[in-house]
Design a protein around this ligand. Sequence first.
Ligand SMILES: Cc1ncc(COP(=O)(O)O)c(C=O)c1O
Length: 433
Amino acid sequence: MNSFENRRSFIKKAGALAGAFSVNSFFNRLHAAEWQELEKAHLHKSPLEMATDEDYWTVIQQGYSASSSPIIILNNGGVSPSPLAVQQAVERFNQMSNQGPSYYMWRILDQGRENLRAGLAKLGGCDPEEVAINRNATEALVTIIYGLDLQKGDEVIGSTQDYPNMMQAWQQRALREGIVYKQLTFNFPSENDEEIVAAYRKAITSKTKIIHLTHVINWNGQIMPILKIARMAHEKGLEVIVDGAHSYGLLDFKIPDLEADYFGTSLHKYLSAPIGSGMLWIKKEKITKVWPLICAGDPKSDNIRKFENLGTRSFPIEQGIGEALNFHNAIGTKRKEERIRYLKDYWATKAEKIPGVKIHTSLKREFSCALAGVSVDGLTPGELESRLMRDFKIHTTPISIANINCVRVSPHVYTKISDLDNLVFGLEKISKG
Ligand SMILES: Cc1ncc(COP(=O)(O)O)c(C=O)c1O
């Protein structure tokens, strides 16, 4: 079967869907049989060996409509597309909702949240009672930033390379309440964890209460030594907040193993859940002390569900998370991590050999996975991004923040090797002027 017929067969099967409400239904009908066969054929292979198995990944690519986009999408770090199974689940839940929103959303779909909580917790290696479902990483992290009691003069340490929404939330607290928000700036890429830990340690004073960290720096893909910083911070009695927007659903880790206190992530990045889905994790014993952004009943409750009072939100989007989990779990986190790291290494190791091209990310496996930055001498990030789009139909994102200036490239499981060959070809052409 050629790839077009393959895709048609996915769509045909999808068309035959019954309306059963089950987190498994769409995935099973679309992919389960096919993937069972695939699994049988690949049982003996390690995730690292699987990373280069194009037969396997071609089938995965078929699960995404984005793999046939007329534009090569290499900004999955911004927001990722969903597989067909997820898209169809959302459509089906939307149709169901519109048959009578107050009944189907509030009486039927609302019942599905506990399953999702269990599935997200399993993937995060944590207790479901520590997981709240919301709409994005911003909502998750701002809930923590605004929800913690701090006094005038209390200090928070972050970095100029954290995400702007979080920096601005801390700056707002500084303006409004007189807390002190200190920001470090690192020279990325770094292959020196100790230097990073030492910088945070040095910034701590007797007034410091919180360290705010980004697990994977979205600007250049640097993986931060969260565990080492968290241990150091806890020795000094501080709390640690982790922005995991680019790590959950990509890196093979358990949230509690980071030893942080709070963790927020989007689900519409590497998990490929519907756009507008997110998750908040709070260490069990800390739930009581965090004020909810939107109050529901007892704000001092130790029930994580107090953070889910969002008003009317999209139930179809939320319920689509279940299908994204099914799709993700069918691949497996470690396999996905290794494949995406391989894709990044594939283009970056070729690109770094081109005269005038610079990679802004460490390619050592412990310091990066999906995201890497690239620049071409003589071009601003904006100019390079425009040339890639105009001349090669490659969509990336220009980065100019703090001391980082590059174009960020972020492939996903549906990215084809030929897409990356096109990128390298484009960089070669552009670098020649
Ligand atoms: C590190 C980081 N944190 C948070 C966010 C915000 O994500 P969202 O827009 O889903 O809230 C982003 C978005 O790119 C990010 O890169």
